[in-house]
Design a protein around this ligand. Structure first.
Ligand SMILES: [Zn+2]
Length: 428
């Protein structure tokens, strides 16, 4: 039997072609506008139209994939207890639908981040918080909805076409670490070091004072100077590691050493022998092509090779501008897709996918690898203790093991430091 999935849609739609690619993978499906193709096809097939055709599996379109642009009114959004997602239509409309909802539309809505194009209440850094998401409001943000729906659709196809072979589920782990500040105490200069020490004394942080002195006298290692430990930690577990490096000029939220500092240069070059290094565009880069480009070029000069991977500092991005800019700067992989305030699946999936630009109605070459949890989220935003954080991480990991994808997390050299608030937080 032919294993290619045939989708019949009376209308062409860029969104449908994109969505089918996200669900089935490129090369695993074909779309036809001709209903005779569907009726004569010997293989798994889906009728994506409002007309029932004898002997075919029907998914009723709710209309989203035949529209263009963002509608003025956000579609009504409802997720049922068994994870069906309804946009514009009521449940009854989908009575004869094979899955009871329009899976194509639902996948597009979630993966394209449609809801982030509308008006939302941004946090103090201009970010779309997880608590703004419909998924959080229906308490399904820790479920990889898209991956769950994919599996349901495959199971349904298998029932109808017993010779259809469901593709195997794969599972990977990817550790990512952001370097916001290479050193906590070292290389600050005399005035800043003395200033920091006075501040610590005045606020009674005497432990910090002695640590700083010991670091500056060369008696102890700087708490953040732990990249070789991080590399060893992941190497032992055989987990792939990617590191994102902040090289923006010093500003309120950008506090790394200069990209021209010899210690920074040596550490980047040495680290690149063990892990891939991507750029960590600085706080204000989310709406500045020039800034992303400058910082990317700084890293390229230090590495002596092109840089293709990126993650926004503070996870600060706005759709579609930030992603359009990354593309214009020659970035082909982004790792910003996840929430700063809650854990879970911001794009409903743990699998990498290409970003769809709704403004230009086109699939782009920017590959998005979503992450599920960040150290700062667990400790500072969700205010969990280490034990609670570990339970949540295991639950997320199990979801990905079950439905496939990459268990991608974000840590910082700071959280590996075992210093201050981060004692015991080397949990990734
Ligand atoms: Zn950062």
């Amino acid at each position: 039997m032919n294993q290619t999935i045939l989708i019949y849609s009376p209308q062409t739609s860029c969104r449908l072609a994109y969505t089918a690619g996200v669900i089935f993978g490129k090369g695993s499906f074909k779309i036809t506008q001709n209903e005779f193709d569907l009726q004569n096809y010997e293989g798994p097939a889906v009728n994506y139209s409002v007309h029932p055709l004898k002997g075919t599996m029907q998914i009723l379109p709710d209309g989203l994939l035949y529209e263009t642009g963002i509608k003025k009114f956000s579609p009504s959004f409802h997720v049922s207890a068994d994870y069906k997602l309804f946009l514009n239509e009521e449940k009854d409309f989908f009575q004869n639908n094979i899955l009871g909802f329009d899976i194509f539309s639902a996948v597009f809505y979630i993966v394209s981040r449609y809801e982030e194009y509308g008006n939302y209440i941004a946090d103090e850094h201009g970010r779309f918080g997880g608590k703004n998401s419909g998924m959080y409001q229906f308490n399904v943000h820790t479920k990889p909805l898209v991956d769950i729906w994919r599996q349901k659709l495959y199971d349904t196809l298998k029932k109808q076409y017993p010779d259809f072979e469901i593709p195997p589920i794969y599972y990977n782990e990817l550790a990512t670490v952001d370097i916001d500040r290479l050193y906590l105490y070292k290389e600050k200069g005399l005035i800043k070091s003395v200033g920091g020490m006075v501040k610590d004394i005045l606020s009674g942080k005497f432990k910090n004072v002695s640590k700083r002195l010991n670091v500056l006298l060369g008696k102890e290692n700087d708490p953040h100077d732990n990249l070789s430990d991080i590399i060893t930690h992941y190497k032992k577990q055989n987990i792939e590691l990617k590191i994102f490096w902040l090289l923006g000029d010093k500003k309120k939220y950008d506090n790394n050493l200069s990209s021209a500092h010899s210690k920074q240069i040596i550490t980047i070059q040495k680290t690149s022998e063990y892990a891939e290094i991507g750029i960590h565009p600085s706080y204000n880069s989310y709406n500045s092509i020039a800034q992303i480009m400058t910082e990317k070029q700084r890293l390229e000069t230090l590495l002596g090779k092109p840089v293709s991977a990126s993650r926004q500092h503070f996870l600060r991005m706005q759709l579609p501008q930030t992603y359009q800019q990354l593309l214009q700067c020659g970035i082909s992989q982004d790792y910003t897709m996840g929430w700063h305030d809650i854990v879970g699946f911001r794009a409903g999936t743990a699998q990498a996918f290409n970003w769809y630009d709704i403004e230009n109605e086109t699939e782009t070459d920017l590959q998005i690898t979503p992450f599920v949890a960040m150290d700062v989220t667990l400790k500072n935003y969700m205010k969990l203790n280490i034990e609670q954080a570990c339970i949540i991480l295991t639950d997320l990991q199990n979801e990905i093991r079950k439905y496939g994808g990459v268990f991608c997390t974000i840590a910082h050299n700071e959280s590996f430091s075992q210093w201050g608030d981060w004692e015991g937080w080397d949990i990734f």
